[in-house]
Design a protein around this ligand. Structure first.
Ligand code: PGH
Ligand code: CA
Ligand code: ZN
Length: 307
C-alpha cells in the first residue's frame, strides 16, 4: 500500500531498525525492489531522482509504483523524490503522486537551507506528504582530517537541533562521512558515529544515511568477472551500516549496489551469448541479482519481517 513516508519511518524510529530506500530508473529495477520486499516481508522506500523522473516521466513512475503497490497491498511503500533541488521540483513530484520528498539545499548556507526547507515543509505537510532535508556535505573523511576540516564538512549537531525545530522537517540526512557512488573512501572506511548519535539525541527524528551502498565482495566480483571495471571502489561495510542503524539511522539510501548487481548480469549475458537480442534474457537475471542484494540488505538493516 502506498503510504506517506512518515508512516514507515516513525515505526522504524520507534523500533530501531533501518528501512532501505532503493533508487529506480525503470520498471525492471522497481519490480525487483517490490519482489525483494515481498520475499523479506519488509516495508520499502522506492525513490527517484530528478534525472530518473525526467528519464521515465513522473506519470509513468507514479503509475508503476501504484500498480505494483496494488499487486502487493501488504507492503507499505513510500514513493520518494531523491535530492529535490527546488520548491517547484518537490511540488511537481507531490502533484504527480509522490508521498515523500527530499529538498536538498545543503550546499547553501544554513539560513538559506532552513528557508527553502521550511517552504517545502509547509507546502508538503498541507498535503500530508513527508519531507527530508540534508545538513553538511556528502564526502568521505580520512584519518588525517583536522577537527576544523571535519566541522566544515560534516553535520553540526547543535545546528541540526535548531534546523529540525524551526523547519519542522520530518527526516534529516546528517553528513557523517559517506558519499555517493562506488568510490566512497580513499583509505580505510571511516564514519563519524559519535556525531550521528549526538544528532539523534538532539533531534530524535528519523535520520537518513545517503551514500549507503556497501558494494559487497560478491557483487564487486560479479561485475569484474563480467568484464566490468571498478578500480579501487569501496562501499560502506556491513558492520558500519548496522552501527549507523544503532546510532539512529532509519532510512538507508541505496542505488550504486543495485546498478552494479544489475549491470553485471546484463554484461554476462551479452558476453556469453553474442547473438542474443531478446531483452528478457538480459533483464530477468539482472532482476534476480538485484533481488538477492536487496533481501540481504533488508535482513542486515532489520526491516525484514516488519510487516
Ligand atoms: C543515495 C545512494 N541516493 O540518494 O544516497 O547512494 O551511491 O551509495 O548508492 P549510493
Ligand atoms: Ca546535498
Ligand atoms: Zn543521496
Amino acid at each position: 500500500m502506498l503510504v506517506f513516508g512518515h508512516e514507515i519511518l516513525d515505526k522504524a524510529n520507534k523500533e530501531n531498525y533501518g528501512v532501505g530506500a532503493f533508487n529506480f530508473v525503470n520498471f525492471e529495477m522497481l519490480n525487483a525492489i517490490f519482489t525483494a520486499a515481498n520475499i523479506a516481508k519488509s516495508p520499502i522506500f522506492v525513490q527517484a531522482s530528478e534525472g530518473a523522473i525526467k528519464y521515465m516521466g513522473a506519470d509513468i513512475a507514479v503509475s508503476m509504483v501504484q500498480t505494483l503497490s496494488q499487486r502487493y497491498p501488504h507492503i507499505p511503500v513510500s514513493l520518494h523524490l531523491d535530492h529535490g533541488t527546488s520548491f517547484q521540483s518537490c511540488k511537481d513530484a507531490i502533484e504527480a503522486g509522490f508521498s515523500s520528498v527530499m529538498i536538498d539545499a545543503s550546499h547553501y548556507d544554513f539560513d538559506k537551507n532552513l528557508e527553502m526547507t521550511s517552504q517545502v515543509v509547509e507546502m508538503a505537510h498541507a498535503r500530508g506528504v513527508s519531507v527530508e532535508a540534508e545538513l553538511g556535505r556528502l564526502m568521505g573523511i580520512e584519518d588525517n582530517i583536522s577537527v576544523d576540516e571535519k566541522d566544515a564538512v560534516l553535520v553540526n549537531p547543535q545546528e541540526a537541533k535548531v534546523f529540525v525545530e524551526k523547519s519542522k522537517v520530518d527526516f534529516l540526512a546528517p553528513a557523517i562521512g559517506t558519499s555517493h557512488g562506488a568510490f566512497k573512501f580513499k583509505g580505510e572506511p571511516k564514519l563519524d558515529f559519535e556525531r550521528l548519535k549526538e544528532v539523534k539525541a538532539l533531534t530524535k527524528i528519523p535520520l537518513v544515511l545517503h551514500g549507503a551502498s556497501a558494494i559487497p565482495d560478491y557483487v564487486r566480483e560479479s561485475f569484474i568477472e563480467s568484464g566490468g571495471e571498478l578500480g579501487n571502489s569501496k562501499g560502506v561495510p556491513f558492520s558500519f551500516l548496522q552501527e549507523a542503524v544503532r546510532g539512529g539511522i532509519n532510512k538507508v539510501n541505496t542505488d550504486t549496489d543495485l546498478r552494479i548487481a544489475f549491470m553485471a548480469e546484463v554484461r554476462k549475458v551479452a558476453n556469453n551469448d553474442r547473438s542474443q537480442f531478446d531483452l528478457r534474457k538480459f533483464f530477468a537475471p539482472a532482476q534476480e541479482a538485484m533481488v538477492k542484494v536487496i533481501v540481504e540488505r533488508m535482513e542486515l538493516l532489520g526491516s525484514s519481517n516488519k510487516i
